[in-house]
Design a protein around this ligand. Structure first.
Ligand SMILES: [Zn+2]
Length: 288
């Protein structure tokens, strides 16, 4: 395999036709765009991608710290509680798997709430940290775990899908191990957000050197399409947060102004699905 081969010869959501060039110019080349679903795709080579992923195999993984830790705990705790309520189950009855659990941030929140939780993580150093916190973590890819059919009530997939060249393969495997009616929560950035439109190439989420291996940027329509193609029911796709300037790029006055604009546009962006954090609640159909 030639390491210089582009990662995406076609739209990974499964649309037919050629990819086009977007106006978002990055060091590895302009992002490409699927004209059917709007999926944005990195132009980096396979080697570039592999190197950027390796850089992020660190023991601390994605454990949040300081005031972010409390914010993270509240936000994720609410999502988990909502999932249990949707299935009308107590946390202890929720067999839960976090795919791409890194060093165990979400496992810890779920465990504290009483969820029966385990994880899968291919980055060895981060997986080891999660295991030292007392969680059962498989060190590898989900496809290698051979979990039984219909085992889990809930699977969580946060900040993972934007790293994948073949997202449908992973969604189909998750569908297999979910119980009928079981829930898949997918968290990723929104490539069609106002943040992405205003900041363009300056949006840090697009920066493969800051976010190891971010290569595939979904939007509500493309995520819905992928979910449907993998035979999931879409319960909801919600977005939150907007940002119009990265602190490092502007002076203090402009940054303060952008923060005010951010507050003002927060609710409209949520209503219109134009915020930059995206959460999809998908369900495996009850009937096969
Ligand atoms: Zn597409």
């Amino acid at each position: 395999m030639n390491p210089e081969t582009p990662l995406f010869p076609a739209c990974p959501v499964g649309c037919p036709g050629e990819l086009e060039t977007s106006g978002i110019a990055l060091p590895e080349g302009s992002l490409r765009i699927c004209p059917k679903c709007g999926q944005l795709l990195s132009a980096c080579s396979k080697q570039w991608f592999a190197d950027s992923m390796q850089e992020f195999n660190q023991p601390e993984g994605t454990l949040p710290s300081g005031k972010n830790a409390l914010r993270y705990k509240n936000r994720m705790g609410k999502m988990l509680a909502d999932a249990a309520a949707r299935l009308d189950k107590q946390p202890i009855e929720m067999e839960t798997l976090d795919v791409g659990c890194s060093s165990g941030a979400l496992l810890r929140v779920a465990g504290d709430l009483g969820f029966s939780v385990c994880g899968v993580e291919p980055a060895t150093a981060a997986a080891t940290t999660a295991r030292t916190l007392g969680f059962e973590v498989f060190d590898g890819l989900l496809e290698e775990t051979a979990y039984a059919d219909n085992r889990f009530d809930l699977v969580t997939l946060f900040e993972v899908i934007e790293h994948l060249t073949e997202p449908a393969d992973l969604l189909l495997e998750i569908r297999r191990i979910l119980k009928p009616g079981g829930i898949l929560l997918v968290g990723t950035g929104n490539g069609a957000s106002w943040t992405a439109q205003v900041l363009g190439a300056k949006w840090e989420y697009f920066d493969i050197s800051l976010h190891g291996g971010h290569i595939s940027f979904f939007n509500p329509a493309s995520l819905r399409l992928l979910a449907k193609r993998c035979d999931f029911d879409v319960a909801s796709i919600q977005t939150s947060k907007v940002n119009f300037a990265e602190r490092k790029d502007v002076g203090p006055v402009a940054y303060r102004f952008s923060r005010a604009a951010r507050e003002l546009m927060l609710w409209p962006s949520r209503w219109l699905g134009k915020s930059h954090d995206m959460l999809a609640t998908l369900q495996k159909p009850e009937q096969p």
